[in-house]
Design a protein around this ligand. Sequence first.
Ligand code: ADP
Ligand code: ASP
Ligand code: MG
Length: 409
Amino acid sequence: MSLVVQKYGGTSVGTVDRIKHIAERIAAMQKDNHRIVVVVSAMNDETDRLMELAREISDQPDQRELDLLLSSGERVTIALVAMTLKEMGVEAQSFTGRQVGIFTDTTHTKARIERISAARITTALEHNLVPVVAGFQGINEQSDVTTLGRGGSDLTAIALAASLHADRCEIYTDVDGVYTADPRIVPTAKRLDRISYEEMLEMASLGAKVLQDRAVVFAANHQVRIVVKSSFTEGPGTEVIKEHKEMERNAVSAVTYDRNQAKVTLIGVPDTPGIAARIFEPVAKADIIVDMIIQNVGQDSMTDVSFTVPKDDVPMAVEVMNRVSQEIHAKRVEVMQNIAKVSLVGVGMRSHSGVAAKMFVVMANKGINIMMISTSEIKISCVIEEKHVETAVELLHKEFELDETTSIQ
Ligand code: ADP
Ligand code: ASP
Ligand code: MG
């Protein structure tokens, strides 16, 4: 009898009808002799709605209270899903993060899982119940509610799958797998049958929100087998697996974009040793994740330092930078919100040259200005103006022949 963790995202539980639909799937799986653990997200855009309520009160809401507020969305869904299952004659029980024993550190809004006890899940399974677990939440050592970062229900599901030694973790969403680009922007994008953890991690970190990046890291570290599928249609989905040689076919496997970044620039920074540490240490202490960093060529012993942060962290980053700016006698802080990052991802880049040059030519021919560039062994990212993002993604998808290729096997 196999053990499967199934995660249903916001759209899949967005209405009572949809909840009934997934409950039927769960019931059918159980009849098929599988033991199932269900993890659910909040309904549709509920987390965004709760976030907006908090923002009406403060642009930097108290983090402890914010986590309690955000976690309430998933509580609603677990109760509704468990009720629906029971109504259909399937024994089920809902569990919050606290009841499951998902213990995290104290970093509110992006807490890290430290350990999972899962005793109640094991007991529920022994009694042939379907445990329905609230995604995205845990508790810290003070028993305060924490959340695991946006998209964190993926992490709950994968961490539970690892902890329970499940056969696989199925991520049910509103697309039928992982594509060569967001299928909502590139209609000719292709579903991938399989993708390596490494490529999936790059894609997730670079904006392909179909899986949370931290969830992919967890899966890779614990070798959790992930399958991404649609909760609306039948189909094989995309398997996320360990890389193997045959996968290195194309230089580029996917194009991704991220609109959730902003550029913060510190203008007129004294160009002296140690200055970078004085800028970025306080940023790290504030738990802000910095992505790209550029230090412009200095003039008259002055320079400008730019970096990108998630849009949600802009108010905090500006507060920290205003302080740093005074301390190091910089001139001022500037923020640019209307930027986006476009990236190419592919393990094949390791053995193909010229990918970056070709990317730059594509952008240049369309008159798209590149503000920042960063590369790693298997990705190239460019920061551009947000208004060009869809054109850039579509063009790159075409130029790197992702439109025509068949899925990676
Ligand atoms: P859920 O609520 O089920 O967790 P998400 O909205 O977090 O779903 O993730 C699914 C969305 O990810 C899709 O609707 C799709 O628009 C987007 N997406 C972005 N890039 C990709 C990609 N490369 N492949 C598939 N989906 C993608
Ligand atoms: N509800 C949370 C979010 O919207 C977690 C999730 O859906 O995975 O980010
Ligand atoms: Mg998601």
